[in-house]
Design a binder for this molecule. Sequence first.
Ligand SMILES: NC(=O)c1ccc[n+]([C@@H]2O[C@H](COP(=O)([O-])OP(=O)(O)OC[C@H]3O[C@@H](n4cnc5c(N)ncnc54)[C@H](O)[C@@H]3O)[C@@H](O)[C@H]2O)c1
Ligand SMILES: O=C(O)C(=O)C[C@@H](O)[C@H](O)[C@H](O)COP(=O)(O)O
Ligand SMILES: [Zn+2]
Length: 370
Amino acid sequence: MAVIPVDIAGRPYEVRVGAGLLPEMVEHCRGRLRKRGVPIITDTNVYAAWGEVVETALRENGHEPHWRILPPGEQTKSWDELAATVNWLLTLEVERGDHVIALGGGVIGDLTGFCSAILKRGCHFIQIPTTLLAQVDSSVGGKTAINTPAGKNLVGAFHQPSLVLADLAVLETLPERELLSGYAEVVKYGLLGDADFFAWCETNGATMLGGDAALREYAVAHNVAAKAAIVAEDEFERTGTRALLNLGHTFGHALEAETGFSSALLHGEAVALGMVLAARYSARKGLMPHASAERVAEHIGAIGLPASLSGLGLDCDGRVLAGHMLHDKKMDAGTLPFVLLHGIGKAFLDRDVDMTDIAAFLDEELSTDG
Ligand SMILES: NC(=O)c1ccc[n+]([C@@H]2O[C@H](COP(=O)([O-])OP(=O)(O)OC[C@H]3O[C@@H](n4cnc5c(N)ncnc54)[C@H](O)[C@@H]3O)[C@@H](O)[C@H]2O)c1
Ligand SMILES: O=C(O)C(=O)C[C@@H](O)[C@H](O)[C@H](O)COP(=O)(O)O
Ligand SMILES: [Zn+2]
């Protein structure tokens, strides 16, 4: 098992990564679970696969679980589910000192984290991420949010968990498409700041996705450590350092908005394509070699993630996609900084991007054979 410390000023916590943490969760959560009932928020798929394991672990140790089992999918990150879940926590008389458990992927983690941030102005929460994406990225760092009709993650809070338990064994039941979607955020860490890790992905990515336990533990622990370092430096995304974690997301969130936050395009799929677009746009601006951008596209396509905008079959033009981007939280005095690349492993924040040029670039990508 790997234990990665997250050193947030004054509020440190641990991310534990290993196989079999779920049946032992009570041991790892010692001192954090209330005897009068443990609130657990999950979705129907995760409950079907792992609910009994968690229920047994809690009951055998004298805790009574209180389950809130939500519909799976991005639509659950909504005002309605937020309000209903906060009301449910109030009914359970959860106190500020109590811990709420998020058992699920990024959707459950983001929603539960936001509920915990606002319940009585803040209670504790524990992340038990059950997707690859949530284990490498969303469970760590304290970004919590819901979506609104205007866009992705537009209402939320920074609220750190007090513990993250990433049980690699739960990935056994994760559908193949979801595993692949999570891989986009794995590659992201190589692309944004670690060329050696990008090369590691090219060599080992397929085997890791195929189920190799040692490679999975390495990938999750490596990415968590990379994210922990960035978040420790810039928790609230103020200096530009944390914004690098948004690589591929400005394009990606626009694609998610255009496809209605539906299962037609998963978050990781959108980010994968977004990273290809960020690389190609960087090359078009003369910031990185075209050959490096195509190396990115090649790996993402070879692994089975979307690497071509025309391949999505969208019924819109570049201006429409660029319009979605204007809701991006990075907007600053009317301009949108973009995470672009000087090369593989060399992301930077470009504050000099012309949205008309972005729209023109997207029009080209929409009409280029993928
Ligand atoms: N807060 C952050 O820093 C951050 C980072 C990255 C992504 N996100 C957010 O995370 C969300 C995407 O998260 P996700 O990809 O985990 O999606 P998700 O939470 O929708 O889970 C994916 C699907 O897999 C199912 N599932 C989850 N674990 C399972 C398991 N072990 N076995 C079987 N089925 C399982 C779920 O029911 C769901 O259908 C997006 O909303 C994205 O914006 C947040
Ligand atoms: O933790 C971060 O910071 C990230 O940017 C991680 C991203 O993978 C994640 O999708 C995040 O929610 C996107 O940032 P947002 O601020 O646009 O919501
Ligand atoms: Zn993301």
